[in-house]
Each structure stands twice: as C-alpha cells, then as structure tokens.
Design a protein around this ligand. Structure first.
Ligand code: SAH
Length: 347
C-alpha cells in the first residue's frame, strides 16, 4: 500500500525521512516541493539524488490532479478545469478573476451524497472523499498551468465539504502554512448545505474561515422539497448554528439562495426569510439557478429576482445578486464530470 506523501504533516514527513536515515534539512526541502511549488512527481524534485527519488517513489505517491480538459471563457476569462485523479475519477475546479485577485472554486468530493434536486453534482452519484493533498493539488495545478498566484479559495465545487470534514480541516492548515501556499484563512470560504453538528465542530477549530450556507428556502416545507438534508436539520436549526458561528468567530455568515421560478422566489418567501434573519448581521447571495439539462425547473425571471432582493433589503437584510461568470463554458458545478462519465459510458 503506497502512502500519500502530501497528506503528511511536516512533523510526520520529518519522522518518515529520519527513519530513512536522511539529514534534518531534507523534510524542509521536500515539504517545499510538495506544498509551495506543488510538483506532481518525485522526478521534479531536482535537488534530491536519483537514489532518494526512486526510494521515495517505492513507498510514497503524490495524488496529483491532472488537467484533462480546460475551458476558457471568452466573456470574462473564467477558466474551468476537469481534473483526472490518480484513480481515474474526475472533479472540477473554476478560476475566476476579480479586482482583488484570483479565486479558485474547488471540489471536495468525487460526486455528492446530499441529493439537492437542483444540483448537477449529485446526479452521477458519490464515489469518495478527496484527500487534503487533492484539495491542495487543484490549487497547485491551476497556479502552475496559468502562471498566477491564487489568493482566495472557495469550497463550492462538487461535493459537501463538511461531509469530508477531516481532510478539509487538514487542507486549511496546509494552505495557511507559510512553508506552503500561504493563503490567509480569512480569504477562504466553506460552503455547506447545512450539516449542523459539523458547523459546531468548525467553531471549535478556531480557524477564521468564512462560512456560507446554502439555505435556498425560508421554511422547512420548501427547503425539504429541494434538499433532503433539511429533513435532518431544519431551517431554524441551521440559522441557529450560523448565529453561533458568527458570534464565536466574529465572522459574518452568508447564505446562498438559488432562485427557482414558482418554488422559492415569491415575495412571501422573501418576507419570511427576512423575519428569520432579523437581527442577524448576515448576507444573502441571490443566485439565478443554473440550467441543468436533467432537471426541469425554471430560472426565476429578472423581475422576480429584483423584487426578491428589494423585499429583503426593505426589511434590512443585506442581499446581492450574484454576477454570472463563465456562462459560455458551463461553469456551474458538476456538469463537466457528468458529461465526461456519460461520454465514457457511451463510447
Ligand atoms: N455542498 C456545498 C457546496 C457545493 S454546492 C453546498 O451545498 O453549499 C455550491 C453552491 O452551488 C451551493 O449553494 C449550491 O446549492 C449551489 N448550486 C447547486 N446547483 C445549482 C444550480 N443548478 N444553480 C445554482 N446554484 C446551484
């Protein structure tokens, strides 16, 4: 059984190398190749002897996401990658350029178990969790391919980050390390469908990451019809956990709200949501639902979206409408993996 060398902490790597009779500085050298440069193979570690490289590759491997397909938006430069993982599975990541720098949206699992009925990620089924090295690897692969430095990370691609909790937490520690990618955790956002106990666990980690929760509905009746997870933890419990998060971490929590015509976009829904968020300094991100060809819901019209925003604002709730990036390259999550799997099945 090969060991994933890139998921070892610095201390673990250090002991492993000491056990191989290596000098003290070796761990620093290799850690830097793995986490700062982000190499995909031992052969790229050019300041190590051939013998050591080959010794390492007998016991260890680097699970590196390899770029299988790449799409660049002609409209706004958004880049979307389809990555092939070491075991032949596929995940997606998107790189967006903002005024303040580059943001990457990464996947956290191969597929998803959550079953939200408007989401493409869930359609092809759940395969496995991504290792922390594979979470990091998406950033490395994109940075190296584009020759840029990525400053912001959102965990909003395929999968439910809090359902892959341990790897996600390790990933936060790796990317925050100044011997590695060195990204401020204030510039990292984790998005969850609302796994309430894990929101409380996250509070205990005392990491300054931003939490965003996919709420999508103001009450249990509507939310349960969209998101099976709501049968476990309902709207009120989710909002309560978010309030605890905001209080304990002093970070503003935001809510994702995907607008679907006739389902959750009425003025009544906006009012109900505003009542529930009253007194809580939260931000609501309104997202016109992306078309997924297997799903038959309809995107809310511009008027309904604007009315919804207006209603929230008039009750004192901060709400913005998300700008769509990369609309010409189908940048919404789960769609590339799904298409790839279909093509393989049909060929
Ligand atoms: N599982 C996590 C993160 C991945 S989904 C979560 O649920 O938050 C990232 C965001 O995209 C979520 O807010 C999700 O609800 C939203 N989303 C999924 N499918 C969508 C679609 N077809 N149109 C618009 N947003 C969608």
């Amino acid at each position: 059984m090969m060991t994933d060398i890139k998921s070892l902490t610095f201390e673990e790597l250090n002991s492993a190398l000491t056990a191989l009779g290596q000098p003290k500085f070796r761990a620093n050298q290799i850690y830097k190749w793995l986490h700062k440069t982000g190499v995909s193979s031992f052969d790229e570690m050019t300041d190590l002897s051939k013998e050591l490289r080959s010794r390492l590759s007998e016991e260890y491997f680097i699970p590196y996401p390899v770029i299988e397909d790449k799409y660049v938006s002609k409209l706004d430069g958004t880049v979307k990658y389809l990555f092939k993982l070491f075991d032949g599975e596929y995940v997606e990541a998107v790189i967006m350029k903002y005024k303040y720098g580059y943001t990457i949206c990464i996947s956290t699992q191969v597929g998803c178990k959550m079953g939200c009925n408007f989401c493409a990620s869930t359609l092809a089924g759940f395969k496995r969790n991504l290792y922390s090295s594979e979470l990091e690897g998406q950033i490395h692969a994109a940075q190296r391919d584009l020759g840029i430095r990525i400053s912001h990370v959102v965990l909003m691609g395929i999968g439910e980050p809090l359902d892959n909790y341990d790897n996600v937490i390790s990933f936060f520690r790796f990317i925050n390390d100044d011997k590695g990618i060195n990204i401020s955790l204030r510039d990292v956002t984790v998005s969850t469908c609302g796994i309430v106990p894990k929101i409380y666990s996250l509070i205990e980690e005392k990491l300054p990451v931003t939490l965003t929760v996919s709420l999508h509905a103001p009450n249990d009746k509507i939310r349960s019809s969209m998101m099976p997870i709501n049968d476990k933890w309902g709207v009120d419990e989710v909002i309560k956990a978010c309030k605890a998060y905001a209080e304990k971490t002093s970070r503003r929590v935001s809510f994702e709200y995907t607008l679907i015509s006739g389902v959750n976009d009425s003025e009544e829904c906006a009012k109900e949501l505003a009542r529930k968020l009253h007194g809580f300094i939260a931000h609501v991100n309104l997202i016109p639902v992306n078309d997924v060809k297997e799903r038959d819901y309809v995107k809310s019209g511009e008027k309904a979206i604007n009315n919804f925003q207006f209603a929230l604002k008039s009750y004192g709730i901060n709400a913005t409408i998300r700008r769509t990036l990369g609309s010409d390259i189908n940048a919404s999550c789960g769609q590339l993996r799904r298409r790839k799997n279909e093509n393989i099945l049909n060929s």
